[in-house]
Design a protein around this ligand. Structure first.
Ligand code: FES
Length: 98
C-alpha cells in the first residue's frame, strides 16, 4: 500500500508507504529540498503541494501558525511544511514543488 511522491524540482519520483514523513522521503531520495529545525518551527521546508493534498496528513495548529508567520500573506491552501506532513492514504500521487 504505497503512494507515489514526486518532487518536481529534482525530477524525483518515489513510491512510499502510508505513514512515511515527507522529511524521511526527501532525505532518503537525495532531493535538495532544504530543512532547518525539522520540528515545524522555522519555515525553511515550505513546499507547494501541486497535486495530491488529499493523500497527506492534515495541517496541525503548529503548522498553520508557522505558515502564517513565514509566508507574509503569500501562502495558499496548498502551501505546507515538509517536516510536518505524512502520507495518509495509499494509491495516490503527491506532487511537491519548492
Ligand atoms: S524544517 Fe523547520 S519548519 Fe520544517
Amino acid at each position: 500500500m504505497t503512494t507515489r511522491v514526486e518532487i518536481v524540482n529534482d525530477f524525483l519520483a518515489i513510491n512510499v508507504k502510508v505513514g512515511s514523513t515527507i522529511q524521511q522521503i526527501v532525505e532518503a531520495s537525495g532531493s535538495a529540498l532544504p530543512f532547518g529545525c525539522r520540528d515545524g518551527e522555522c519555515g525553511t521546508c515550505i513546499v507547494e503541494v501541486v497535486q495530491g493534498m488529499e493523500f497527506l496528513s492534515e495541517k496541525t495548529d503548529k503548522e498553520i501558525k508557522v505558515l502564517k508567520e513565514s509566508c507574509a500573506g503569500l501562502c495558499t491552501t496548498n502551501t505546507r511544511l515538509s517536516c510536518q506532513m505524512k502520507i495518509a492514504k495509499p494509491n495516490g500521487v503527491v506532487r511537491l514543488k519548492y
